[in-house]
Design a protein around this ligand. Structure first.
Ligand code: FES
Length: 142
């Protein structure tokens, strides 16, 4: 199945959203709801804030589902500043890898993820090995 990728541009920056990677933390909505509102269609209103504010908010996306394209370059925040490799065990949620990684899938294909990625820990994601937020629906405890 082909991954859906949505893009929202204001001419300066483009917000890239990969819904299959989203773990529905709601950080974007809580942090900048003038731009990110899942109750609206489209859910991203790129004109709702300055480019700097949007870039700052996207940098807080825990799953890497949101990223910024600027001048034909994808910038997924933390990869520029992180030099160490860390994995966060999110309470009742995924493993959050805070670095560029290459995922080698069971069919042998490799997929590069930059910045951060959330990996399913509950075993119920429909997009394994990535977290898709299902852990919340099943009330995963761990
Ligand atoms: S940990 Fe999020 S879907 Fe499994």
């Amino acid at each position: 199945m082909k991954d859906i990728i949505k893009k929202y541009s204001n001419g300066e920056i483009t917000v890239v959203w990969k819904p299959k990677m989203c773990e529905h933390s709601m950080n974007c909505f809580k942090g900048l709801n003038a731009v990110f509102d899942p109750n609206k269609r489209p859910w991203v209103t790129i004109e709702g804030a300055s480019s700097a504010m949007i870039v700052n908010q996207v940098s807080k996306c825990p799953s890497g589902a949101l990223s910024i394209e600027q001048e034909n370059k994808t910038t997924e925040t933390m990869s520029d500043t992180k030099t160490d490799f860390s994995i966060e065990v999110v309470p009742n949620g995924p493993l959050r890898v805070m670095n560029d990684v290459t995922i080698k899938h069971k069919d042998g294909t490799e997929e590069k993820r930059t910045g951060r990625v959330s990996l399913c820990r509950c075993g119920h994601s429909e997009n394994k090995p990535f977290c898709d937020g299902t852990h919340k629906k099943i009330n995963f405890q761990g």
